[in-house]
Unconditional design. Structure first.
Length: 509
C-alpha cells in the first residue's frame, strides 16, 4: 500500500508542548464536557419522545423525525465540520460549535410546534458536526506525551462509549422529575461551562504556511453521500427493506462515495487525503468504531424496550439499570489505556474487547418474559461495558495517531462518522431482524394472545442480541487481521515524535 509510506509519526505542535501540565488536564475536562453533550443528545431525547408527542400533538409516523433530523444533519456534515475546524482554527470552531449547539437546544426546548422542534434538532446536529470532531482534534494536538495521551484518550473513549447510556439515565430523570423540554435545556449550562473552559484553557495555534482552500466539490459529494447513507438506513428502520426509497438512497450513497473518492485522488486541496484512511491501523480503528457503534446502539434500543415494555421499568429505573455498565466501561477504559494497551497494543486489545462484548450479547439472549435484574440482566450489561471499555479508547487513539496536525480535524471527524454511521446501520438492521423474528413467532404461535405477544417481543430481542454478538465477532476477526504488529518507525520525524511502546507506531509497509 504505497500511500501509507508517508504516514510517519508527526512531531507535536510546539504550542501544545508548552502548555502547562495542569492546563492540559483542564482542556481535557472542557473537551470531555462537549463530547458528552453531543453523544448523550443522540439518546437523551428518546425517553422524552412520548411526553413531547403528547404535548405537541404529532403522530407516531412523525415521531421518528425528532431523532432522524439530528442524526441526518450530524452524520452528513461531520467531515465538513472537521475540515472547517482545520481551516478557521480549533479554538474558534470549538466555541462557535458550543454556542450554536446551546442556541439550538434552547430553541428546541421552547418549541411550540412539531416543525420547530424538528428544525431545532437539525440545527443541533449541524453544530454537533462542527463540535464533535473539533473536540477530538483539540485532544489529539494537546496531548503529545505518550503516557498522558493514553490516559486522556482513555477518558475520552469512555465518554464516547458511555454517552448513550448516560443519555438514557439523564433523559429518564429529567422527563420524570421535570418535563421533556429539560432534555434540551440541560445542554445550555453544560455548554456555558464548556465555553468558559475553552476561552481559558484551549490554546490557539498559529498557522504556518499558506492557508489551504476548502474542497467545495468534495464537501458537497461526501455530505450528500453521508446524508443518503444515514437516511437510507433510517428509512429502512421505519418503512422496511422493501421500500424503493430505502434502496434508492443507499444506491445514491454508494455512487456519491465512489465519486468522492475519485475526486479526492485529483483535488489540489482534498477534504480527506486518502492516505489517512488507507493506513491499515487507522482503517482498522475506523472499522472497529463503526462495528462497536452498531452493536452498542442496538443494545441501548432493545434493552430499553425490554426493561420498559416487558418488565415495566419506569424511565428513571431504566436509566439506573444502565449505570453499572457505564461504571464498568469507565473502569475498563482506564485499565485498558494505562495498563494493557501500552503492553499489548490495539492488535490485541480491540479484538479481545470485541470478543468480550460478543459474550455479553450472548448472555442477554436467555432473557425471558420475567427476569431478575441482578441475576439475569446486570452481568450481561457489565460484560458489555468491559468490552466497550477495551475497544473504544484504543481504537480512537490509534485512529488519530500520526496524522499531520493540519488534518487532525477531518481525521477526528472520521471517528465520529464511523460511530454515527455504525449506529444508523446497527439500529436499522437489528430493528428489521427483530421485527421479522416477532412476526414469524406470532405466525407460528396462533392465536396471538397477550402472553404470546409478550413472548414474541422477547424472542425478537433475543434475535437482535444474537445478531449483535455476530457483529462483534466479525469485528474481532477483522480487527485482528487489519491491525499491524507494533514496530518502531524509521523516519525523519521519529526523533521528535512519541515512540513509546505504549502507542502504536504508524510505519510503512
Amino acid at each position: 500500500m504505497s500511500q501509507t509510506s508517508s504516514l510517519t509519526a508527526v512531531a507535536p505542535e510546539a504550542p501544545a508542548a508548552s502548555v502547562p501540565h495542569s492546563r492540559r488536564w483542564w482542556t481535557l475536562v472542557t473537551v470531555a464536557l462537549a463530547q458528552l453533550m453531543v453523544v448523550l443528545d443522540s439518546t437523551v431525547v428518546n425517553i422524552a419522545l412520548p411526553s413531547a408527542q403528547q404535548d405537541l400533538g404529532f403522530s407516531n409516523a412523525d415521531r421518528q423525525w425528532i431523532v432522524t433530523a439530528y442524526s441526518l444533519a450530524f452524520g452528513s456534515l461531520l467531515l465538513f465540520g472537521g475540515r472547517i475546524s482545520d481551516l478557521i482554527g480549533r479554538k474558534r470552531a470549538f466555541i462557535i460549535g458550543l454556542i450554536g449547539f446551546a442556541g439550538a437546544s434552547a430553541l428546541g426546548g421552547a418549541a411550540g410546534t412539531f416543525g420547530m422542534l424538528v428544525g431545532a434538532r437539525a440545527l443541533q446536529g449541524a453544530f454537533g458536526a462542527l463540535l464533535a470532531p473539533t473536540a477530538l482534534a483539540v485532544l489529539t494536538t494537546t496531548f503529545t506525551v505518550p503516557k498522558e495521551r493514553a490516559r486522556a484518550f482513555g477518558i475520552f473513549g469512555a465518554i464516547a462509549g458511555a454517552g448513550g447510556a448516560v443519555g438514557l439515565l439523564l433523559g429518564g430523570v429529567l422527563t420524570q422529575q421535570f418535563n421533556w423540554r429539560w432534555n434540551l435545556y440541560i445542554n445550555i449550562p453544560i455548554a456555558i461551562i464548556a465555553i468558559i473552559g475553552a476561552a481559558l484553557f484551549v490554546t490557539s495555534v498559529q498557522r504556518t504556511g499558506p492557508r489551504p482552500k476548502l474542497d467545495v466539490p468534495g464537501t458537497v459529494l461526501v455530505s450528500a453521500a453521508l446524508f443518503s447513507l444515514v437516511y437510507g438506513f433510517s428509512n429502512a428502520e421505519s418503512d422496511g427493506w422493501a421500500s424503493p426509497l430505502t434502496w434508492g438512497y443507499l444506491a445514491a450513497a454508494g455512487v456519491l462515495l465512489v465519486a468522492f473518492v475519485l475526486w479526492q485522488r485529483r483535488a489540489t486541496h482534498p477534504l480527506l487525503p486518502l492516505h489517512i484512511v488507507l493506513d491499515r491501523n487507522r482503517g482498522a480503528s475506523y472499522s472497529s468504531i463503526l462495528i462497536a457503534g452498531s452493536g452498542m446502539f442496538g443494545i441501548f434500543l432493545f434493552v430499553t424496550y425490554y426493561l420498559q415494555t416487558t418488565l415495566k421499568f419506569t424511565p428513571i429505573q431504566t436509566g439506573l439499570a444502565f449505570l453499572p455498565m457505564i461504571v464498568m466501561l469507565v473502569l475498563a477504559a482506564q485499565f485498558s489505556t494505562n495498563v494493557f494497551v501500552p503492553r499489548f497494543g490495539p492488535k490485541v486489545m480491540v479484538p479481545i474487547g470485541m470478543v468480550i462484548a460478543a459474550s455479553g450479547m450472548v448472555y442477554l439472549t436467555h432473557l425471558g418474559v420475567t427476569a431478575n435484574y441482578a441475576a439475569d440482566i446486570l452481568p450481561g450489561l457489565m460484560i458489555l461495558g468491559t468490552g466497550m471499555g477495551s475497544i473504544m479508547p484504543a481504537a480512537i487513539q490509534t485512529a488519530t495517531l500520526g496524522v499531520d496536525r493540519h488534518f487532525a480535524g477531518v481525521a477526528s471527524a472520521l471517528v465520529n462518522t464511523s460511530q454515527q454511521v455504525g449506529g444508523s446501520i446497527g439500529t436499522a438492521l437489528l430493528n428489521t431482524l427483530a421485527a421479522t423474528a416477532a412476526t414469524d413467532y406470532l405466525a407460528s404461535h396462533l392465536p396471538p394472545t397477550p402472553a404470546v405477544v409478550s413472548e414474541a417481543a422477547v424472542h425478537s430481542y433475543a434475535t437482535a442480541y444474537w445478531w449483535g454478538a455476530a457483529f462483534f465477532a466479525f469485528g474481532a476477526v477483522l480487527s485482528a487481521l487489519l491491525y499491524r504488529r507494533r514496530v518502531r518507525a524509521v523516519s525523519p520525524a521519529s526523533a521528535e515524535a512519541p515512540t513509546s511502546a505504549e502507542t502504536p507506531v504508524v510505519a510503512a509497509h
